[in-house]
Design a protein around this ligand. Structure first.
Ligand code: NAG
Ligand code: NAG
Ligand code: NAG
Ligand code: NAG
Ligand code: NAG
Ligand code: NAG
Ligand code: NAG
Ligand code: NAG
Ligand code: NAG
Ligand code: NAG
Ligand code: NAG
Ligand code: NAG
Length: 364
């Protein structure tokens, strides 16, 4: 009896023990990556390092093993070695495809499956496939049929398929992935639910059966089933507004959607184009099969979010997420209430450098 109580107490204390967690944050137009520290007991959020970089980084992504940080870096894709929780050093970069309709890299992601291939896109009609060590370029590819603005990518968890959100052309692309080389083959393309929806970012549930898509202009999250045979997304008319009733959809543009560490929740955000209005955060509960169960709430964010308001759920607990802002230049940590009926900002750090803050990634 006493032993089991001790065991329970030990388990509880090890689960609840306070820890300092680390994040890296990129910026849209200054040459810095910031390393932050968040204490989940005292809620302190501090700047651990201001790392000068060769370029700006509208999007950053950590490799599966957290040893590499990949960046969409203006006119190139960048690769940094992660030295430790507060230090990264520039290693290499590769250029965008020279024929592309855009010269600005906007998004980058990496596979969790060997050979850990990296996928980058500018806000344009092309993409680049890069080996994990950036020693070369594996493939330059073009989005056909006149697409002009692909904005987000997401891989199936086992990296056999890649999905691309086409903002300007209202489409969702599916590519097959060569498991040996990471190279892509165009499999199919699907229209967005309606013209002018503007798919921006997307994320696949870890069970590989559902795809959640940010419809930027519609200010919605759309839920797609991933067909088990074709692996293409299928839309069953399930979507949720990210705005409270009566708010102005024309002044808002949705930003980001991501699944929490344990796949308990889906976090999604929208921004305001007007600095005198707030953006909104919405959190959804997920069913065991990965589909959305309920929209738990829609709550205003601290500011408009500027061009950001990018939400990044914590890797260590389902109840925390980071949200970035460019209207002022700050990062906040948000926490769900115990009953998940709402969330509040529990920590805030200003990073006012004229270009911060794009997206945040959790290191630990
Ligand atoms: C970053 O890369 C990981 C693989 O390491 C991927 O699962 C994740 O979705 C990516 N996140 C973002 C925000 O791009
Ligand atoms: C991380 O690496 C930097 C640069 O080498 C060093 O200054 C710092 O002390 C290291 N931090 C930790 C926690 O080891
Ligand atoms: C770049 O990273 C590789 C590991 O992928 C490492 O072997 C090499 O020393 C690094 N080079 C520089 C210049 O940091
Ligand atoms: C990809 O495009 C870049 C820039 O135009 C070029 O340097 C590189 O050789 C190309 N690589 C392949 C494999 O097409
Ligand atoms: C770029 O365009 C030129 C001229 O149209 C063409 O010869 C070349 O193959 C293209 N390169 C790529 C990587 O598409
Ligand atoms: C990858 O995952 C998909 C979706 O879960 C599944 O249909 C497919 O069989 C898997 N492929 C491999 C090679 O594991
Ligand atoms: C979705 O809604 C549209 C328009 O109301 C309808 O035509 C279509 O059949 C619906 N699709 C499904 C899969 O329910
Ligand atoms: C915000 O500013 C815009 C343009 O200045 C104005 O049209 C709008 O009414 C303002 N909105 C609020 C909520 O005050
Ligand atoms: C997923 O689970 C929910 C809740 O149990 C259920 O309503 C829904 O039909 C399931 N979806 C599929 C495709 O079975
Ligand atoms: C995941 O969920 C389980 C059971 O609901 C819980 O015990 C565990 O602490 C959760 N893990 C995280 C990282 O939140
Ligand atoms: C959620 O919390 C915010 C303050 O952080 C408050 O303005 C809002 O009314 C709350 N929403 C609900 C549904 O209680
Ligand atoms: C980081 O350092 C750069 C170069 O010294 C400086 O311009 C910038 O303001 C610093 N950022 C912050 C948030 O202090």
């Amino acid at each position: 009896m006493i032993l089991s109580r001790v065991a329970v107490a030990l388990l509880l204390s090890s689960f609840c023990s306070a820890a300092v967690h680390h994040l890296f944050v990129g910026t849209f137009s200054t040459h810095a990556i910031y390393a932050l520290e968040f204490d989940d007991e005292t809620y302190s959020l501090t700047l651990a390092a201001n790392i000068t970089t060769p370029s700006e980084h509208p999007w950053i992504n950590l490799s599966h093993d957290r040893k590499s940080l990949y960046t969409a870096s203006d006119s190139a894709y960048g690769y940094f070695n992660v030295v430790n929780s507060t230090s990264v050093t520039y290693n290499a970069s590769v250029p965008l495809e020279s024929n592309c309709s855009s010269t600005r890299a906007i998004f980058i992601t990496s596979s969790k499956v060997e050979p850990y291939t990296v996928y980058g896109i500018p806000f344009g009609d092309c993409g680049t496939v890069i080996p994990a060590d950036f020693s070369s370029i594996t493939q330059n590819y073009t989005f056909t049929s006149g697409s002009s603005g692909v904005h987000g990518l997401a891989l199936l968890p086992n990296s056999t398929y890649l999905y691309a959100a086409d903002d300007s052309d209202d489409k969702i692309w599916t590519f097959g992935v060569d498991i040996a080389t990471g190279e892509l083959t165009d499999i199919g393309v699907l229209d967005a639910p309606a013209e002018g929806n503007n798919p921006r970012h997307l994320t696949v549930h870890p069970n590989g059966e559902y795809l959640f898509v940010i419809l930027e202009e519609a200010n919605e999250v759309a839920q797609y089933s991933i067909d088990g045979q074709t692996h293409q997304p299928v839309y069953f008319n399930v979507s949720y507004s990210l705005l409270p009733p009566d708010s102005d959809s024309t002044t808002h543009w949705a930003d980001e959607v991501q699944v929490s560490a344990n796949a308990t929740y889906l976090w999604a955000t929208t921004r305001s184009r007007e600095t005198n209005e707030t953006g909104y955060l919405s959190v959804f509960s997920l069913n065991g099969n990965g589909s959305i169960a309920n929209q738990l709430f829609i709550t205003p964010t601290t500011t408009s979010g500027g061009t950001s308001n990018a939400v990044s759920p914590a890797s260590f607990a389902d109840e925390f997420a980071a949200i970035t802002d460019t209207s002022v230049g700050f990062v906040e940590i948000w926490q769900l209430l115990d009953d998940a009926s709402n969330a509040t900002a529990v920590a805030h750090i200003d990073l006012v450098d004229g270009g911060c803050c794009a997206n945040a990634v959790w290191y630990d």
